[in-house]
Design a binder for this molecule. Structure first.
Ligand code: SF4
Length: 68
């Protein structure tokens, strides 16, 4: 499973589960941008913003955990 990390949070993405609803790229384009590689940059917003967007993913394809 691909992982994308900043100092504060790691986001994982399961492409098999994603329904391509586009919520993530609409809600937080500074972090989720399909034109970039890697397409998820967790350092592009606050941890709270990243977490809120991950939690709003309708399919559960996105998960996150804060660095301990
Ligand atoms: S919000 Fe979730 S289901 Fe929608 S495009 Fe992003 S990863 Fe896929």
């Amino acid at each position: 499973m691909p992982e994308y990390s900043s100092d504060q949070i790691t986001v994982t993405y399961d492409p098999e589960v994603c329904v391509h609803a586009g919520n993530c790229v609409t809600q937080l384009p500074a972090v989720f941008d399909l034109k970039k590689d890697p397409w998820i940059d967790p350092s592009g917003a606050t941890v709270d913003e990243v977490e809120a967007t991950v939690n709003a993913c309708p399919s559960g394809a996105l998960k996150s955990h804060r660095a301990s």
